[in-house]
Design a protein around this ligand. Structure first.
Ligand code: ATP
Ligand code: MG
Length: 601
């Protein structure tokens, strides 16, 4: 491609809308344009990158025996009602764009394709002889994200590879899951990315687990906890660990004390000269179930610990049946407005006791009349602890479970693991923290969707059984931007060779110099013919502008047909290192072909 003929516009200044380096650079270098919130145009250079990432993904998927297909983006609501997800996706989470057609039928724009693929399996898979089987597609997904941001990282329209596998049993599912683990590692390695596979939260689906692939970058939205020995790594949402030891309590006698201005654990501990490990903290949440029932949840946890809301959500999901509900719709810390809706009197915020009385809850139709009381494992062994007195400005000390406060029946693990905690597999290993961008997620779904949607097969013994399923997603457009987040400098993007839009760019310092143009044209033809994807910067611009642009768009090799032509040479500059060498014109092709071969194989 000749730059003179390309729609090629670069910006000198950082666009105001962009916060992180990769987003700024992709906009400045003319790879993407924002069309609306979370909606981007992929311009020709970006499209080449996306196609390269897609191709790597495709090759690795095909190598496992998975088959590519293309599923509809417009999905009938009935399928989502069958699986029980229509309301959650269109109302509770509200992540699905829903619409009504001219026949008044409800439709959704596909945020994911479990329903569509399970409907296909329901009709097409009859016998164990057809199993296992695995279909995937590479396609645009639509999600009405609450906070679209960082360009392609969290778009409302983005490209994903999603695959779905079907099996007779768990063992077969596990095998494909392992194959996917390998395939995903290969994909990210081939894209030239540094990443970490981590244990991930499987949410309400349960099953025997899921794994995320995190591209390491400071701008990552996810926190990863891992140990140096490489034996443990998990998303913080899922991570488990041993908390630090609690210090023995200095309070031997139970008493209620006036403790003004001690709403936070930090102020309380300063005033009481105690350790937060001697405090039972009582945290209030508000859960809304799918039948509209609001449940007030009181969690007791050790003072130095925080509640992991993902773990709490999973616990509340398990308790849905207690409220005649199927699923949890929302979890939040009740703000003043929502407290006004249900509280019968002002809550002693900052001073709540573990036995906060149920009469704080007004008797209302859609509000559970009692607090759902959960105690985290860290709070259970505490003795002579400090906690709120359910009276503003007062705490109690020297309290014990079973004496002043009944221990809640529901003992749960909802604590958030933290950097510095001891690891469970080896207490000498402490958890370290890193930030990551979730590039992919692989999942053992089990029979959740097949059961909900009646997708069964006939086993060898003639039994009608639900299909076992797995699903596997990679964010193709997110991966492409994450590559920039991992690889740039003050001059611009540094693409890994495997996914660079072009391998090389020939910059002609002076297009009116016929010798420069002649050599450039020839190299341009021959390099492309030899499979070295090459751009020709034949614009009527100053050399300095061309070099700046070449650096900004991040093409791995720059060839300059400049001064050294006299000696039959051109300058070859490596983008990543800025290292430059003069090489004979005849050697350009073999040199670049060699570099390509070493880097790509
Ligand atoms: P996240 O937690 O980041 O919202 P997710 O758990 O919703 O991701 P999945 O449903 O597992 O993601 O989708 C598979 C992959 O698609 C993710 O690993 C990610 O790479 C990509 N992805 C998800 N949402 C977006 C988005 N809004 N924009 C770009 N890529 C996305
Ligand atoms: Mg999401």
């Amino acid at each position: 491609m000749r730059l003179s003929q390309m729609l090629f516009v670069t910006l000198r200044e950082d666009p105001a809308e962009a916060e992180i380096p990769s987003h700024k650079l992709l906009l400045r270098a003319g790879y993407i344009r924002r069309i609306g919130s979370g909606i981007y145009a992929y311009l020709p250079l970006m499209w080449r990158v996306l196609q390269k990432v897609s191709q790597i993904v495709r090759e690795e998927m095909n190598a496992t025996g998975a088959q590519e297909c293309l599923l509809p983006q417009i999905q009938p609501a009935e399928l989502w009602r069958d699986s029980g997800r229509w309301d959650t996706y269109t109302k509770a989470e509200g992540i699905m764009f829903a619409l009504i057609d001219r026949q008044n039928r409800e439709l959704g724009l596909g945020p994911t394709h479990e329903e569509v693929i399970t409907a296909i399996a329901r009709e097409m898979i009859r016998s164990y002889r057809q199993l296992p089987t695995h279909l995937y597609q590479i396609q645009t997904k639509f999600r009405d994200e609450i906070r679209p941001r960082f360009g392609l990282m969290r778009g409302r329209e983005f490209i994903m590879k999603d695959g779905y596998s079907f099996h007779t049993d768990e063992e077969s599912l596990k095998k494909t899951y392992q194959d996917m683990d390998k395939a995903y590692r290969n994909m990210l390695k081939r894209c030239g990315l540094a990443f970490r596979a981590v244990e991930a939260d499987s949410g309400a689906i349960g099953g025997s687990g899921s794994q995320e692939f995190m591209i390491l970058a400071d701008a990552g939205e996810d926190e990863i906890l891992y140990t140096e020995d490489g034996k443990y790594s998990a998303n913080v949402e899922k991570a488990i660990s041993m908390p630090t030891e609690a210090q023995p309590s200095p309070f031997k006698v139970y008493e209620k004390l006036e403790t003004p201005e001690t709403q936070t654990i930090a102020t309380l501990c300063t005033v009481m000269k105690c350790s937060p490990t001697q405090v039972v903290k009582n945290v209030l949440y508000q859960a809304v179930y799918d039948n509209g029932m609001t449940v007030l949840v009181l969690v007791n946890i050790r003072g130095d610990q925080d509640v992991n809301e993902v773990k709490l959500q999973n616990e509340l999901e398990k308790l849905a049946h207690r409220y005649q509900s199927k699923t949890l719709m929302a979890l939040s810390v009740p703000d003043a407005d929502s407290q006004n809706k249900w509280a019968s009197k002002p809550l002693p915020l900052g001073y709540i006791a573990p036995d906060l009385a149920d009469d704080y809850i007004q008797s209302l139709q859609d509000i559970a009349p009692k607090f759902l009381r959960l105690v985290d494992k860290t709070a259970v062994p505490l003795t002579n602890f400090v906690t709120g007195a359910s009276e503003n400005g007062y705490h109690v000390v020297g309290a014990n479970w079973g004496e002043q406060f009944p221990l809640p029946e529901l003992v749960v693990d909802v604590r958030k693991a933290m950097a510095g905690d001891r690891s469970l597999h080896n207490p000498n290993q402490t958890l370290q923290s890193a930030r990551g961008i979730e590039a992919g997620h692989i999942f053992q779904l089990g029979t959740k969707y097949s059961q909900a949607m009646g997708a069964t097969y006939t086993s060898e013994q003639g039994e009608e059984l639900p299909l076992y399923m797995g699903c596997y997603g990679v964010g193709v457009s997110r991966v492409a931007q994450a590559a920039v987040e991992q690889s740039y400098d003050q001059d611009g993007i540094i693409w890994p060779l495997a996914i660079a839009p072009y391998h090389a760019i020939i910059s002609v310092p002076n297009i009116s110099d016929s010798k420069q143009m002649e050599v450039a044209e020839k190299l341009y033809q021959n390099l492309n013919q030899a499979g070295v994807e090459t751009l020709l910067d034949d614009r009527n611009e100053r050399a300095g502008v061309k070099f700046k642009d070449a650096d900004l768009i991040g093409i791995p090799y720059r060839i300059v047909t400049g001064r050294s032509l006299k000696e039959g040479k051109v300058e070859l500059v490596e983008r990543a290192t800025h290292q430059s060498q003069e090489i004979a014109i005849e050697q350009v092709i073999s040199t670049l072909k060699n570099s390509l071969e070493t880097a790509l194989n």
